[in-house]
Design a protein around this ligand. Structure first.
Ligand code: ADP
Length: 453
């Protein structure tokens, strides 16, 4: 059974079930049919015997039987005996000729012949002109001649036919019903063999209209393929971005070291450049490591109670030097006693990355506002600048790895800062929000759950 398809299993199940039902119905029909037939045979027998008795008269001391009486009619044999049991006239079935049957008034008895066939025998004693006369009727148990036997024969042919039609029809319907499942299997196998993730399961109209389970299954599969394709594309993009990012500093390092080997005078400057590029690479590799760890869920948080006000003040202080270079003023509005249960180094990284961006993309002579407050069980850190802002199209994508809005391409940066912010915030059970107007400035909000929440 285990190796059979669902379609076959269902078909077998209801075919057996139908066969059992029709079998039961047939058995009941045969039983009641036989019962009725026997009753009918007995009725005919008794009637014939009474009818025959009316045709008997006496003439000169002997019994005479009217010519009208048929000794064999409608399957019933009639024979007439005098009071002593001597046959006057009549017919008996040949099959019972060897058997002597006692007379028994008004009792229907069963008698089997040598071939095993059943007969009904009915005797009745009458008085004709003060003389007793026996009338005996014998009839075969004619179950197979009854109208029922016709019905039974029809049922015997019709029922298996019906079961066959039901089995075939059901098989076709279930096979058709499962076609989308076979489609899905086919699509998955195709993808497995050629790796083409753009394939989709086709959804038939009837399933789309009825929105049945099959439709849901196909839609879910397609959604899964969408996701897989997207993440596969992102992965490809990521790998190509990583190699691109690493290629530039590597090329610089190689060319600078070549110069250094050839030109002794230039060596000092070359080493400086090499050192700067190597540091850039190291920082890039570190960021990538953080991201890949958080992706794999392996980012280890060294959790402790962290005073957010302290961190915000510290980061604002640290950024003030870089901000001063662009004549940017950092304002703070920091609420005290906001404690978060998290990894201090990572929380610093989150705020630092956002503040770093605010300075980087802030306007010369502009200002940055760093606020800290509580809101519904969360510590909310709000970093607002009045810099270049972000176009609506870019706004959705800035959290992606290596994504950098075009306008800022020339600025220093790898496009990893915000993706690191997003994954660190997520690891802390928090979330981020951004709003921005191009040319007016941006506002980044970080929500981190308060300790004890
Ligand atoms: P990057 O290293 O380029 O700063 P990020 O992931 O930190 O990478 O930021 C992604 C992009 O989002 C940036 O290139 C920039 O276009 C945009 N962006 C981030 N912060 C700001 C901001 N405060 N103002 C304007 N644009 C921003």
């Amino acid at each position: 059974m285990g190796k059979l398809s669902i379609t076959k299993r269902i078909t077998i199940w209801y075919t057996v079930f139908l066969l059992m039902i029709t079998g039961c119905v047939m058995a009941v029909l045969i039983y009641t049919g036989n019962l009725r037939a026997s009753e009918a045979a007995q009725e005919v027998l008794m009637e014939s015997v009474v009818d025959a008795s009316e045709e008997i008269g006496r003439f000169g001391g002997d019994f005479v039987v009217d010519d009208k009486l048929k000794f064999y009619d409608d399957g019933v044999y009639i024979s007439i005996y005098d009071g002593n049991g001597v046959l006057v006239e009549g017919r008996s079935p040949q099959e019972l000729s060897g058997t002597f049957l006692e007379f028994d008034d008004k009792e229907i008895r069963k008698q089997s012949d040598e071939a095993g066939e059943e007969w009904y025998v009915y005797d009745s004693l009458f008085e004709v002109d003060n003389q007793f006369v026996w009338v005996r009727g014998i009839v075969k148990d004619f179950a197979d001649r009854s109208a029922f036997s016709f019905v039974l024969r029809m049922a015997g042919i019709g029922f298996p036919g019906l079961v066959l039609v039901a089995a075939l029809g059901g098989h076709i319907i279930t096979r058709r019903g499962f076609r989308p499942v076979r489609d899905i299997i086919g699509t998955v196998e195709d993808i497995k063999s050629d790796g083409d993730l753009s394939r989709r399961v086709s959804i038939e109209k009837e399933h789309a209209e009825s929105r049945d389970e099959i439709h849901k299954l196909a839609v879910t599969f397609n959604e899964m393929f969408d996701k897989l394709e997207k993440s596969f594309e992102q992965e490809k993009q990521f790998t190509s971005d990583v190699s691109h990012e690493l290629r530039t500093p590597l090329a610089v390092i190689i060319s600078q070291s070549n110069y250094a080997m050839e030109d002794e005078e230039y060596r000092g400057k070359a080493l400086e450049t090499i050192n700067r590029e190597a540091n850039r690479m190291a920082s890039l590799v570190n960021r990538l490591l953080t991201l890949s760890r958080s992706d794999a869920g392996r980012l280890k948080l060294e959790k402790e109670l962290v005073d957010m006000a302290q961190i915000c003040n510290m980061v604002a202080e640290q950024q003030s030097i870089a901000a001063a270079e662009k004549s940017i003023v950092i304002e703070t509005d920091i609420e005290q006693d906001i404690i978060v249960n998290g990894d201090e180094a990572m929380i610093i990284r989150i705020i630092l990355n956002l503040m770093d961006n605010a300075v980087k993309y802030g306007r010369e002579g502009g200002k940055i506002k760093l606020s800290l407050s509580k809101e519904g069980g969360y510590a909310v850190c709000d970093i607002e600048d009045n810099g270049i802002g972000i176009a609506p199209d870019d706004l959705e994508r800035i959290w992606e790895r290596f994504y950098r809005a075009d306008a800022s391409r020339s600025e220093e940066g790898s496009g990893l800062g915000l993706s690191i912010v997003a994954s660190l915030v997520k690891a802390h059970g928090g979330n981020t929000q951004v709003s921005s107007n191009p040319g007016e400035g941006s506002c980044f909000k970080v929500y981190l759950p308060l300790a004890g929440n």
